[in-house]
Ligand binder design. Structure first.
Ligand SMILES: Nc1ncnc2c1ncn2[C@@H]1O[C@H](COP(=O)(O)OP(=O)(O)OP(=O)(O)O)[C@@H](O)[C@H]1O
Ligand SMILES: [Mg+2]
Length: 346
């Protein structure tokens, strides 16, 4: 047996702590050479395992020196950078360029209203836009876009999204026999439904798919963001401190899940009295800008508290369509421009 092989055999006695495999089996030993009883080889470690050198070195030397025929030994330690990790996780369904989640933390701050109007504003600027209503328990997108009576068709085993106001939509609301029926699903079924909404819906070509997230910072929104390959997320808050605080939790939860925060939106910022023409900060004002600054994320803009926004949403014709020239619609268009600029910087 060649001395190199004897050395390798001896090195199989040297175990790497924690993983309980030997240095040869782990492929750490490279280029073993032996000449006139002088043995040289390298031990290749990664930056993460470099700390093992001090523990392995005496064992390696002891094992090799015990091999008959070895007179001397030179060991080189190499720290080799780890190969960049392959991107993990879900990938975009073909045809969808960007998927953006709209989250809030606190419920009722206007996530769905903002999602619907943002989608229309983005579509008005010439983009192909869809909405995935990920609020499985409380889907409100069908109603807000006046599509609550529609049922999706099926083509080639894929659901066809509902089309309304130039947008493509998918929501649990379209699949329930009655809109008021409760959904009594738990985690795995919920995740399954969402996966199907993404992969088993014939979305076609979309520039952007907005995902209306359910409220909360708990398990459900977290699972959802991990299932969906997001380009980024926007957070909707209302200005009062409690909403800003919960919005911040959502923001950090998303950041911890490595989701890029495209920006914060302050909804219900102020009420512009139509008769006295003064602005009243009903829920306080400025929480969005302050939170954005503190968290180091872009502030995308303010949307006023306005009866037209509420009424048009309830009527299924969002204000961006019902009154496209109104200041309210303009505020949403400005948001859409800011969002697109944050997503695709020119
Ligand atoms: N800027 C606004 N001005 C007036 N009413 C608004 C505004 N934004 C939202 N609303 C109204 O507030 C209510 C809650 O809005 P919406 O359903 O969009 O909130 P949400 O955050 O999606 O709620 P949930 O947490 O239940 O999903 C709706 O009746 C909506 O019409
Ligand atoms: Mg909602």
């Amino acid at each position: 047996m060649a001395l190199e092989d004897l050395v390798l055999d001896a090195l199989k006695q040297v175990m790497v702590p924690d993983v309980q495999r030997d240095v040869v089996a782990l492929g750490l030993i490279k280029e073993v050479k032996a000449q006139h009883g002088i043995v040289t080889f390298s031990v290749e470690l990664t930056p993460a395992s470099a700390g093992l050198q001090a523990r392995l070195d005496p064992q390696i030397k002891q094992a090799v020196k015990a091999v008959p025929g070895v007179n001397d030994l030179a060991v080189h330690y190499l720290i080799k950078p780890e190969a960049p990790a392959k991107p993990k996780g879900p990938s975009n369904p073909p045809g969808i360029k960007h998927i953006i989640a709209v989250g809030s933390g606190k419920g009722g701050v206007g996530k769905s209203t903002v999602t619907a109007n943002l989608a229309i504003a983005l579509s008005a600027s010439g983009l192909k836009v869809g909405i995935l209503d990920a609020d499985i328990y409380g889907p409100s997108i069908p109603l807000m876009l006046g599509a609550q009576d529609q049922k999706p068709g099926v083509l080639n085993e894929k659901l066809l999204p509902i089309e309304a106001h130039g947008l493509k939509l998918m929501s649990m609301g379209f699949l329930l026999p009655n809109a008021d029926d409760p959904v009594v699903w738990r985690g795995p079924m919920l995740a399954g439904a969402l996966r199907q909404f993404l992969n088993d819906v014939n979305w076609g070509e979309l520039d952007v798919l907005l995902v209306d997230l359910p409220p909360g910072t708990g398990d459900i929104p977290l699972t959802l963001v991990q299932l969906i390959p997001l380009s980024g997320a926007v957070i909707v808050i209302t200005p009062q401190p409690v909403a800003a605080a919960i919005g911040t939790k959502t923001l950090r939860m998303l950041q911890q899940s490595r989701v890029r925060i495209l920006g914060l939106i302050e909804n219900m910022s102020y009420f512009d009295c139509p008769t006295c023409h003064t602005e009243t900060a009903i829920f306080d004002r400025g929480g969005g800008a302050t939170t954005s600054e503190r968290e180091g994320v872009p502030f995308l803009g303010e949307i006023p508290l306005d009866p037209k926004i509420r009424a048009s949403g309830d009527a299924g014709i969002p204000v961006t369509i019902a009154e496209p020239d109104s200041p309210q619609a303009q505020a949403f268009r400005k948001l859409a421009d800011q969002l697109w600029a944050a997503l695709v910087p020119t």
